[in-house]
Design a protein around this ligand. Structure first.
Ligand code: MLT
Length: 263
């Protein structure tokens, strides 16, 4: 892991390979290790950067009240690395942050990959669930959240080593950062109005068996983005990149080659 001090906060990030840059934004309540199969497979042909977002992993500390703060951290990280534009790939919460990044820093986006994510804001019921989780985390730590979430993050058919890796990843996240992210996600705006104005090459990736973001919802989002591609990964749940890395990496590689051809 490398470290960069950005606006008084030290951010930890993996940085493998050489250009062109691909920025990988992890989901909730995870860290950069979500992307290990992509760091391994893609760094032979590009520079793969995967931070631990504020509040998570080796970055830790406080999170942000708004996902905009995470988007601004990513822009500051690119500044620090001397990178003007990158393909930005966000999974789930990482996708919400990718939308915020698009709104705030679109000149820095060479292409977008929206993995197992949605454009809609939280429903009232989803917000209420997040507040309950915050109360539980503040009382009992992240263990109960891990018990509830891990079975939704991966399919029942996931290999035992993948399931235990995800379980350990969730359990090691700092309670404060997890609670801060729940608050920030509950406050996020609806990104649906932004979809028609996305002008960079975009790929939507769905897990066919994702129970958090149904594949049909991801398909509807792809249809609303001009020219976006859609790949639905058979046998994959919410963490499609980790559960089916072969199919996921093939889809990502094909998309990145298409982006390379446009610049
Ligand atoms: C994620 O995987 O990042 C979360 O499921 C997103 C969410 O809770 O909305």
């Amino acid at each position: 892991m490398r470290h960069a001090t950005l606006a008084g906060r030290t951010m930890a990030f993996a940085d493998h390979g050489d250009r062109p840059p691909l920025l990988l934004v992890h989901g909730f309540p995870l860290d950069h290790s979500l992307w290990l199969p992509q760091l391994d497979a893609l760094s032979a042909t590009r520079r793969v950067i995967a931070p631990d977002l504020a509040g998570f992993g080796a970055t830790g500390g406080a999170g942000h009240e708004s996902l905009d703060g995470h988007a601004d951290d990513l822009a500051a990280l690119l500044d620090h690395l001397g990178i003007d534009r990158a393909v930005v790939n966000g999974l789930s919460m990482g996708g919400y942050i990718a939308f915020a990044f698009w709104r705030r820093h679109r000149a820095r986006v060479a292409g977008l990959v929206l993995t197992c994510t949605r454009a809609a804001a939280d429903s009232e019921a989803a917000r209420a669930g997040r507040y309950q989780s915050i109360v539980s985390i503040e009382a009992d730590g992240v263990g109960p959240l891990a018990d509830a979430m891990v079975p939704k993050l991966v399919t029942p058919a996931a290999p035992a080593d993948v399931r235990s890796m995800v379980d350990a990843m969730v359990r090691r996240q700092p309670a404060r950062g997890v609670a801060d992210a729940l608050r920030a996600m509950s406050a996020r705006p609806d990104s649906t109005p932004d979809l028609a104005g996305i002008t960079v090459p975009t790929l939507v990736v769905a897990g066919a068996d994702d129970v958090i973001v149904p594949a049909a919802e991801a398909a509807a989002m792809a249809a609303a983005i001009p020219g976006a591609g859609l790949v639905t990964i058979p046998g994959a749940g919410h963490l499609a990149n980790l559960e089916e890395p072969g199919a996921y990496n093939a889809a990502l590689r094909a998309f990145l080659e298409r982006v390379d051809a446009t610049v």
